[in-house]
Write a protein that binds this ligand. Structure first.
Ligand code: FES
Ligand SMILES: [Fe+2]
Length: 322
């Protein structure tokens, strides 16, 4: 085995893994399915992540969510808006609309659409948390909440958001993250070693060594938990970057297709962090490149899981499609 050299602040407690069994033994499919069933039963409030907040601009943009084509745009005062993407008159695409003040002007016959409903066309509730743009629909039949159910975030951070699409359901994306045991095997370029320290059923704590360069790594303790049925959050609780969060949101596009929108909120209690934040552009590039690289493999994992689920007899498919 190649020697590993760790950098930065290490976790403050010695590692006490819950098992010394090989990872393939610890990665118990029944345990992963139970954790997934628990996550899928959580309330979601009808909220879905559309994309990074910064990627919704004054130019109308079409994004399909849970089978519904929607149009998103930002008003001159910076307010996020979302509505059905088809004009209620004769169905013109509102992605091609011009804006007039806060409203959309249909490109075909000039109908102006704004805050209020027009026939069956009606804007959706939206939420901009400063990192992500959310929309609320009734597609999942969930009791509505006033705002998305967010996991705690650090007070001061540098954020990077990626969006990738996968041929699977949100449940497959969550199942991938609920299996941390694949980390060092499937992503050897990023993870040098990973041990599970605690398993509370709905929350896993791991000690993981992230590769920085070759044998140089940063070791941290992190938890994984699901705050809603379409999100899994990794939080660094000890070691370098304590308080940093990675939110992985899986938004259904249509049956068998979903978007993975992952927000990394990198934090640090080092005193130079405030200065380092001024170089947020450089950080953001590094964060998103690393996340995108991991999701090349994790999309393959989730798509494989979805394909295998489709091949199983219906009676054996214990987990709904998400
Ligand atoms: S299709 Fe939009 S105004 Fe006619
Ligand atoms: Fe992974």
């Amino acid at each position: 085995m190649t020697r590993l050299y760790t950098l930065g602040n290490p976790p403050t407690t010695p590692a006490a893994p819950i098992s010394s069994a090989p990872d393939w033994v610890q990665a118990n499919p029944a345990r992963i399915e139970r954790a997934l069933a628990h996550a899928l039963a959580l309330p979601g409030g009808g909220w879905y992540v559309a994309d990074a907040s910064a990627r919704i601009t004054a130019v109308p943009r079409a994004i399909t969510i849970a089978g519904r084509p929607l149009v998103f745009w930002r008003t001159p005062s910076g307010r996020l808006r979302a509505a059905p993407e088809a004009c209620p008159h004769m169905g013109a695409s509102l992605e091609c609309a011009r804006t007039r003040g806060d409203n959309l002007l249909c490109p075909w016959h000039g109908l102006e659409l704004g805050d209020g409903p027009h026939g069956r066309w009606s804007p959706y509730q939206v939420h901009d948390d400063g990192v992500l743009a959310w929309v609320q629909t009734d597609s999942a039949g969930e009791p509505a909440t006033d705002a998305p159910i967010l996991a705690p975030r650090p007070g001061c951070y540098v954020a990077g958001v990626i969006r990738v699409e996968a041929r699977c359901e949100p449940a497959d994306v969550l199942a991938n993250r609920l299996d941390p045991w694949h980390g060092a095997h499937f992503h050897p370029h990023s993870f040098a070693r990973l041990q599970v320290l605690e398993d509370r059923g709905d929350c896993l704590t791991v000690r993981v060594a992230y590769r920085v360069l070759g044998p140089l790594a940063v070791e941290v303790d992190a938890t994984f938990h699901c705050p809603d049925p379409r999100t899994i959050v990794m939080t660094i609780i000890d070691g370098e970057g304590r308080g940093s969060v990675v939110e992985t949101h899986a938004t259904p596009i249509e049956p068998g297709r979903c978007a993975v929108i992952e927000a990394t909120l990198a934090a640090s209690d080092r005193c130079g962090f405030a200065v380092a934040r001024r170089l947020a552009g450089l950080w953001r590039g590094a964060i998103t490149r690393r996340a995108a690289r991991l999701w090349v493999e994790d999309v393959a994992y989730a798509e494989r899981r979805y394909a295998l689920r489709g091949r199983r007899p219906a009676a054996l498919r214990t987990i709904p499609g998400g």
